[in-house]
Design a protein around this ligand. Sequence first.
Ligand SMILES: [Zn+2]
Length: 200
Amino acid sequence: MELDPKALELFREGYDKILAGLGQLGYKVDDENFADTAVRAAKGFHELVLGETCVRKEVTALLEKTFPAKYGEMVISKGNTAFGVCPHHLLPVVYRISVAYIPTRKVLGLSKMSRLVRLMARGPRLQEDLTHELAMILHEQLDSQGSAVYIEGVHMCMAARGVGAHEARLVTSAVRGVFLELATREEFIKLVTSASSGLL
Ligand SMILES: [Zn+2]
């Protein structure tokens, strides 16, 4: 996905200030290891925070490529690794995202489901909001019978504050439609939290 040149420039200016701050702390930021660091850091940050409009456009395009549904069974995409940043600290968050839906008429290809969750994660979003937005998209925009989302996020802001790795993990989930029924919701949670079968 395209990076916005104006945003890149603003991020670079910000990283120049961060480097000046590091210099203030006594680090040798004129050392060759820091040459072009602001440019690289700006690009790295932009890759975690894609343009809101670009993401929406791609998500819409992605949801248009569906197959006719033959079965009304649960479709699950489990344990997708995705990246983003938290809006409170702008520090990276690593997500493991599982999503499911029960189709009415349309089925989304599995690779499209992975792409969808990875795209939506790449912004300064609250994990709670990401969870609900994904559930909404897979229910309303896909016209499904219902959807469910389960996300584990490892937040650098929590990990970096000296909280143990376990406590730095935030778990959120959301359900819509038929998944509101307890049995369906439990089946989903059981499927996404069980250890993988060892395939690959
Ligand atoms: Zn944070």
